[in-house]
Design a protein around this ligand. Structure first.
Ligand SMILES: *[C@@H]1O[C@H](CO)[C@@H](O)[C@H](O)[C@H]1NC(C)=O
Length: 380
């Protein structure tokens, strides 16, 4: 363990209201070490293609990291989300627990998302870990976004509530599935964002629902939709910026791509209220003529200057796209990373916010495995 495991996390909560600690106060920074493309999990040979996909991570208040991904184990038994754990800042990982479908009998199949509650919601205390995901049966005939919770740092998981249900899990216009949950606490509520194909006016749009107790959910509210039925805005992620604004990132199937680099240019919107993205301006990420495409992810770090740093990943690039001007559309800069591109790599700002963890679980249709990189923010 080389002493790293005894390193204390900063005395600040891992929250969406992240703030740099005052100089000279509290425990000193943890030693986060850089490494690239470390293997977390190599699937057994009998796994189904793509074996792994869509990795996600969360950091607990004590610095422990958890990771999960779509896990294509042979069926039966029904599929589940594995939970791997790292106590050395992402360098080594071990199988820790599993999140299993205990309500549908279908499996937890697609699009997991991990989130540490930064404050209590209902009976769920601050620090509770939530795992949202898309439950589908083996024949993909239904989709259902369910939430599970762990009150013991990820060891055991229990079903909490279901946010949204849809039709078969096929990503074609005219089908009616729901996809890709992302969670965010705003004030005393939890927001669940997801992609929604149930509105006959839109092939796919982006919606959210809100809860104040994690049991009862409000009605779906639009976040992004296109006047062109065939267009498919998808895959919401959201980051809170230093000025208190929220940045919503998404792929915009059919959206205008000034670089002609593909069908799913990465777009974003900025709003003061993360429940009101629908009315916000749509902007495309364009770093000097390079427009990233597909399955994006966004985080914000307080490091990197007065505005901190917005970091964006997309399937099209191993690089990340960085903005230190609070999302100014002319201020995106592309930087190299040592972590190979993947279908929806996840980003995590470490407890030392000078460092970024990038996790990838491979490409659509790939013969995949799960790997991660920890690197200094490339603009520092
Ligand atoms: C912070 O963002 C604002 C708004 O885009 C910009 O005008 C300013 O130059 C940025 N500050 C730094 C230090 O980059």
């Amino acid at each position: 363990m080389r002493g790293i495991a005894t390193c204390l996390a900063w005395a600040l909560s891992i929250t969406s209201t992240y703030a740099a600690p005052p100089a000279g106060a509290g425990p000193k920074k943890c030693a986060v070490t850089e490494f690239s493309q470390q293997t977390i999990f190599v699937p057994p040979r009998d796994y189904n293609t793509p074996k792994t996909l869509y990795g996600r991570t969360a950091q607990l208040e004590d610095g422990t990291l958890l990771a999960t991904w779509e896990n294509y184990s042979p069926e039966p038994p029904i599929v589940h989300y594995p939970i791997y754990k790292s106590t050395d800042k992402g360098k080594t990982w071990a199988q820790f627990s599993t999140v299993k479908d205990t309500v549908n009998g279908w499996g937890l199949r697609y699009q997991p998302f991990l989130y540490v509650l930064p404050r209590a919601i209902g009976t769920f205390k601050k620090g509770t870990i939530l795992c949202a995901g898309n439950s589908l049966p083996t024949d993909l005939s239904k989709t259902k976004i369910d939430i599970y919770a762990s009150r013991d740092s990820g060891k055991t998981w229990t079903f909490v509530s279901s946010v949204a249900s849809g039709g078969r899990g096929i990503p074609n216009n005219g089908e009616t599935p729901v996809w890709e949950p992302f969670l965010l606490v705003h004030k005393n509520e939890l927001i669940a964002y997801y992609a929604d194909q149930r509105d006959p006016e839109h092939g796919q749009k982006l919606s959210h629902q809100v809860t104040s107790d994690l049991v009862n959910w409000g009605p779906p509210v639009d976040d992004a939709s296109s006047a062109t039925y065939d267009n498919r805005p998808g895959m919401t992620t959201v980051a809170r910026l230093r000025n208190g604004d929220y940045l919503m990132l998404y792929e915009f199937g059919g959206g205008y791509n000034p670089a002609n680099s593909g069908w799913f240019p990465v777009y974003y919107k900025i709003a003061a209220d993360p429940r009101k993205f629908d009315e916000a301006e749509e902007m495309v990420i364009n770093a000097g003529g390079v427009v990233p495409t597909g399955s994006p992810y966004v985080v914000w770090s307080p490091s990197g200057g007065k505005n901190g740093t917005i970091v964006v990943s997309a399937a099209s690039h191993s690089e990340v796209f960085v903005n230190t001007k609070a999302g100014d559309k002319d201020a995106w800069v592309m930087h190299k990373t040592p972590q190979e591109s993947a279908y929806t790599r996840s980003l995590l700002v470490m407890d030392d916010p000078d460092y970024l963890l990038i996790l990838g679980a491979g490409q659509l249709g790939g013969d995949n495995k799960v790997t991660d990189t920890v690197m200094r923010l490339p603009n520092l």
